[in-house]
Design a protein around this ligand. Structure first.
Ligand code: NDP
Length: 229
């Protein structure tokens, strides 16, 4: 049994990750950002009894994240920094809601790092610790197209953070990777996305379970296939 921390588990891929891990009997700590988001997660964690823990934090709020980290006492084997948003309507290079995109960068780029930093002491206590940041292929510098520049830069920035964190934590034996979950049928991905949340979550769990230090600093999809940075 491993202890997983899922950040952003009120719905979508994060909720499905929590549900599948709970069904397997893993220990799961998972976060929502308000009491309103609690109900579905509570149901997903039901099979775990007191081995499931719900934390409340917004990934833009460092103090709230640190308070939540103080509530966790067991070493964390795997962190999945999943919480993310798509951002404002106007986010092209020709017409941008700058304040909206700044907020998006706060959530998508800095949020996962805030979570990783706050929980790092618990991650370091694990025997085989791992960190996966949920990014997007849209953050790849190699990908063409100009739609949703704000989202792209937020995930490109997250990818750079993953590279730096991976280098910083390699001496400590902690692999850090960036993951694209697929184009997934969630509120964010929409109803036409080809991948179900179930398949995406199962793939993500498999990739993280197989992760060793040899894989650190990689950018992979939910099937483990390499993506060009
Ligand atoms: P959803 O929109 O379905 O869910 C997003 C989750 O993130 C919710 O739990 C939401 O909480 C949480 N969240 C958003 N902002 C914050 C915040 N500031 N603080 C804490 N939690 C927050 O998205 P998906 O499940 O589809 O996406 C999960 C991850 O996968 C994201 O990082 C996304 O960018 C990435 N991704 C998704 C793709 C897709 O096709 N779906 C494709 C590529 C990447 P709340 O309910 O409170 O809003």
């Amino acid at each position: 049994m491993s202890h997983w921390l899922i950040a952003g588990a009120s719905r979508g891929i994060g909720l499905e990750l929590a549900r599948q891990l709970a069904l397997r009997g893993e220990r799961v700590s998972a976060s929502v950002r308000s009491e309103n988001g609690r109900a579905a997660l509570q149901e997903a964690l039901e099979p775990l009894g007191d081995r499931g823990q719900i934390l409340i934090f917004d990934t833009r709020d460092d103090a709230q994240i640190r308070e939540a980290a103080a509530e966790v006492s067991e070493p964390i084997d795997a962190l999945v920094a999943n919480a993310g948003a798509y951002g404002p309507q106007r986010q092209s290079a020709l017409d941008m809601d700058f304040d909206g995109v700044l907020d998006l960068v706060n959530v998508n780029t800095l949020g996962p790092l805030r979570v990783a930093q706050a929980f790092l002491p618990l991650i370091k206590q694990a025997e085989r610790p791992r960190i996966a940041m949920i990014s997007s292929v849209l953050g790849s510098m190699a990908l063409e197209g100009t739609f949703n520049v704000g989202y792209r830069i937020s995930k490109a920035g997250l990818n750079k953070i993953v590279q730096c964190l991976a280098d910083d934590l390699k001496p400590e034996g902690i692999p850090v990777i960036s993951m694209h979950p697929g184009w997934v049928r969630t509120d964010m991905g929409g109803p036409n996305a080809p991948v179900s949340a179930e398949d995406s979550a199962a793939g993500i769990i498999g990739v993280i379970e197989r992760l060793t230090l040899a894989d650190t600093r990689r950018f992979v999809d939910y099937k483990g296939a390499e993506i060009d940075w």
